[in-house]
Design a protein around this ligand. Structure first.
Ligand code: IMP
Length: 204
């Protein structure tokens, strides 16, 4: 069984493949492996769940393949959950990761609380079912950027179980506690019974 990932991000694809690799008979394909031109879904949902579903459903409808999509947001308590579903374009449509970090640090000036969480929602769609899984990591927005690794808001997010920001961690350290790692492990638990029952039917 091939699962097509609704992403061109090779780093994400490798992380997903590593976590799902023990599912017998499951191979992971990226959009570039698939080759065929697939229209880019318009992520106009107002929740992470809606956007993950839009991506998975549209790409499944276009290809007929099982598709897995994810959507992530950084939810800051002092900003009533912003930037949330708008995390990629917090500082504007063409914002860089650095612009977004700077805009968030500015918005947090004088904030009494700096607590926040990264939340990832995964949606899987095939011809028979739609499955969702979620993962989150709680932490704080630091006063300034620290670290060179990772991407996005990593330099200004410190998980509560660590002294380091995500950008100061190795990717292995980050993946063990990250929102996406947790969401993927939750998806693995939800999905594994369907894979083993398909195997059993094939063996019968
Ligand atoms: P996406 O849904 O994975 O494309 O994530 C949306 C936006 O959230 C990205 O453009 C990043 O700004 C931010 N983001 C997602 N995952 C992470 C992460 O692991 N660390 C830091 N920022 C992230």
């Amino acid at each position: 069984m091939n699962i097509l990932l609704a992403t061109n991000n090779q780093h994400k694809a490798e992380e997903i493949e590593a976590i799902l690799s023990d599912l017998k008979g499951v191979s992971i394909l990226t959009l570039s492996d698939h080759g065929q031109d697939i229209p880019e879904p318009v992520e106009d949902g107002t929740t992470l769940e809606a956007n993950a579903w839009i991506k998975a459903k549209e790409i499944h409808d276009a290809t007929g393949l099982p598709v897995l999509a994810d959507d992530t947001g950084l939810e800051v308590d002092a900003l009533d959950g912003a930037p949330g579903v708008y995390s990629a374009r917090y500082a504007g449509d063409d914002a860089t990761y650095n612009d977004n970090c700077n805009a968030l640090l500015d918005a947090m000036k004088g904030a009494a609380s700096r607590t926040a969480r990264f939340r990832t929602v995964i949606c899987y769609v095939d011809s028979f079912r739609t499955l969702f899984a979620e993962g989150e990591v709680k932490g704080v927005i630091t006063q300034e950027k620290r670290g060179e690794g990772g991407f996005g808001y990593d330099p200004i997010f410190r998980p509560e179980e660590s002294e380091k920001t995500f950008a100061e961690m190795s990717s292995e350290e980050k993946n063990q506690i990250s929102h996406r790692g947790r969401a993927l492990r939750n998806f693995h638990s939800t999905f594994a019974p369907y894979v083993s029952s398909a195997e059993e039917r094939e063996d019968a």
